[in-house]
Design a binder for this molecule. Structure first.
Ligand code: ADP
Ligand code: MG
Length: 219
């Protein structure tokens, strides 16, 4: 039998996929913390894991009618539980992308591209940062550009997410070349060169997890 590819995500697929993202964030708590400790205060792993545990609980105990509500709830839980700059940044990444989107009961890769474009624009606005500032935007911006470049092509969701994951990772690599301008790392200035940004690493992990979930659920 031919391999079944996954091209659409139902409301429950999106929920299961984000639960898998949450599992991976929790499992990467120490890894993310160590990266942040190099040039930040080392709390990024515990912060992200706190957010992931909060949204996991909420997603598990809730019933959702739309894809929009799943993303929105995920982000809101991160904002409420994490606090601080990264709570707002990552909360916004999950909750704001669906704001401009009509209510959907399923999405394909074009829908995913629209969601993350909304996320990126909102994160930039809220955090007043842009590409080259050594933040998570350095991974999210290229990931969104990759999603947009693929959005009119006939590709499977897994392939599109693989491209976005690779673009995010290239962005993480690029953050090593940049001096930090935002967050706590900015006080270290030039000493931040050579170290990758923790938040950018989280963005890569999120795209990697979404790609893995889709691959694992293809028949
Ligand atoms: P804190 O900076 O409060 O210690 P975390 O360690 O959890 O919070 O998160 C740090 C990450 O947040 C950084 O690595 C960076 O990617 C991201 N970040 C910080 N400020 C901004 C901003 N203004 N815009 C986008 N991302 C940001
Ligand atoms: Mg920190």
């Amino acid at each position: 039998m031919e391999k079944q590819t996954m091209n659409h995500l139902s409301v429950d697929d999106v929920k299961q996929m984000l639960l898998y993202v949450g599992e991976n964030i929790t499992a990467s708590k120490d890894y993310l913390g160590e990266i942040d400790a190099e040039i930040g205060d080392g709390d990024h792993g515990t912060g992200m894991a706190t957010g992931a545990e909060a949204f996991t609980k909420k997603l598990q105990e809730s019933e959702f009618e739309t894809v929009n509500d799943v993303f929105k709830t995920t982000g809101m839980e991160m904002m409420k539980s994490m606090g601080g700059a990264s709570g707002i940044i990552f909360g916004t990444m999950f909750s704001d992308g669906v704001k401009q989107l009509e209510s959907k009961s399923s999405i394909d890769h074009t829908g995913l591209s629209e969601i993350f474009r909304g996320s990126l624009d909102s994160v930039k606005k809220r955090g007043k940062a842009d590409v080259g500032d050594k933040t998570m935007i350095d991974a999210l911006d290229p990931a969104v550009q990759s999603l947009e470049a693929d959005s009119s092509k006939e590709l499977t969701l897994a392939v599109v997410l693989k491209h976005a994951e690779e673009a995010a990772w290239n962005g993480v690599e690029e953050t090593k070349q940049i001096t930090a301008k935002h967050g706590r790392a900015k006080t270290l200035g030039d000493r931040t060169k050579g170290y990758q940004d923790a938040g950018a690493t989280s963005v890569w992990l999120i795209f990697k997890s979404m790609r893995e979930w889709v691959e694992q659920h293809e028949g």
